[in-house]
Ligand binder design. Structure first.
Ligand SMILES: C[S@@+](CC[C@H](N)C(=O)[O-])C[C@H]1O[C@@H](n2cnc3c(N)ncnc32)[C@H](O)[C@@H]1O
Length: 271
C-alpha cells in the first residue's frame, strides 16, 4: 500500500473519531463530569514509568479529548496534547479552560507532529489504544526521537497485540499478529468500545504491531530502550469475562496469567 492510501485510511479514521467523541464525552466509560470534578485518569503503571512530571514538558500523543493530558497537567507538567480529531481537540480545549489549566492542544496527524507542534519535550507519552491507528511505526518513532530533548524519555503503555488477536469470546483468532501492511477494516454501525449505543455507520481501519516492530522502530530511530514489560492484567475491563482481580487490575476469568494483556516500553534519547 502506498503512503497516499495510508493517509486516506487515517483520514477516514479521523471521521470515525469525530463521530465517537461526543458519544465518549457522554459515556460512563469516560465519566467526563467526574474528571472535571477532579478525578485522576492516569493509572499506577504510567505514573510509575513516567515518574515525577513537576515542571517538565510533556507531549501526549493521540490524546483523545485530553483527560490524561490534563491529568498530567494537574500533576505539574507543561502539557501538549496531539490528536487528529478536531472534535476531540475542541472538547480538550474546553476542559482545559474550565479547569484553568495551562495546556496546549494541537490538531494534526501524530506523524506530522514535527511540522505542527512547537518545541521539544522532556517526556513524550502514549497510552491505551493508540498505535493500532498508525499503518507503520518508522515515521512515528522518528517523530518521537525528533521531538524529545536530549536526555528526554518516551513512555508507551498499550494493550498487548497478542490479546488483540482474539475475538470477544477469546475462542478464535480474529486478526493476525504480524503487520502485512494491509489494514484490518471493520464496519462500525453503532457505538464504540466506550459507548454501547449511538449511530455511527462508518469504518475503522487498524494495523497490528508486533512487540519486535515497536522495539525495532524505537531503536532504529536512535532511542535507547530502558525498560520493556508485559503485564498479566489490564487497567481497562474490555473483556467479556473480565473482572477486577486486584485494585484497577482486570483479568479474564479462567485465563488468569495465560496471556499478556498490556505491555510498556520506556526509551531514552541519549544522544
Ligand atoms: C483510544 S484513543 C486515545 C487513547 C486515550 N488513552 C484515551 O482513551 O483517551 C485514540 C485516539 O487516537 C486518535 N488518532 C487516531 N489516529 C490518529 C493519528 N493518525 N494521529 C493523531 N491522532 C490519531 C483518535 O482521534 C483518538 O482520539
Amino acid at each position: 500500500m502506498s503512503d497516499l492510501m495510508f493517509r486516506d485510511l487515517m483520514q477516514r479514521n479521523k471521521e470515525l473519531w469525530d463521530k465517537w467523541t461526543p458519544l465518549h464525552v457522554e459515556s460512563d466509560f469516560y465519566s467526563h463530569q467526574d474528571f472535571i470534578d477532579g478525578k485522576q485518569t492516569l493509572h499506577q503503571t504510567e505514573l510509575d514509568l513516567v515518574g515525577n512530571v513537576e515542571g517538565k514538558s510533556l507531549m501526549h500523543l493521540q490524546c483523545h479529548f485530553g483527560q490524561d493530558t490534563l491529568s498530567w497537567a494537574r500533576l505539574g507538567a507543561q502539557v501538549t496534547g496531539v490528536d487528529i480529531s478536531p472534535e476531540a481537540i475542541k472538547v480538550a480545549k474546553k476542559a482545559a479552560s474550565i479547569l484553568n489549566l495551562d495546556a496546549q492542544f494541537v490538531c494534526c496527524n501524530v506523524l506530522d507532529a514535527v511540522e505542527y507542534v512547537e518545541g521539544d519535550f522532556d517526556i513524550v507519552f502514549s497510552s491505551y489504544g493508540t498505535i493500532i491507528w498508525l499503518p507503520n511505526l518508522k515515521p512515528w518513532a522518528s517523530m518521537i526521537a525528533q521531538k524529545l530533548k536530549k536526555g528526554g524519555k518516551f513512555v508507551i503503555v498499550e494493550f498487548h497485540p497478542l490479546w488483540s488477536m482474539f475475538d470477544e469470546d477469546m475462542t478464535k483468532f480474529e486478526v493476525p499478529y504480524f503487520n502485512s501492511g494491509a489494514p484490518q477494516s471493520f464496519e462500525v454501525k453503532e457505538g464504540s468500545y466506550a459507548s454501547p449505543t449511538g449511530e455511527v455507520n462508518l469504518e475503522e481501519h487498524v494495523w497490528s504491531h508486533t512487540l519486535s516492530d515497536i522495539y525495532s522502530a524505537l531503536q532504529r530511530a536512535g532511542l535507547t530502550i530502558e525498560s520493556f514489560k508485559e503485564y498479566p492484567y489490564s487497567h481497562y475491563n474490555l473483556y467479556k469475562n473480565g473482572y477486577e482481580a486486584a485494585s484497577d487490575q482486570f483479568m479474564i476469568k479462567d485465563l488468569e496469567h495465560w496471556i499478556p494483556l498490556m505491555y510498556s516500553f520506556v526509551a531514552q534519547k541519549t544522544s
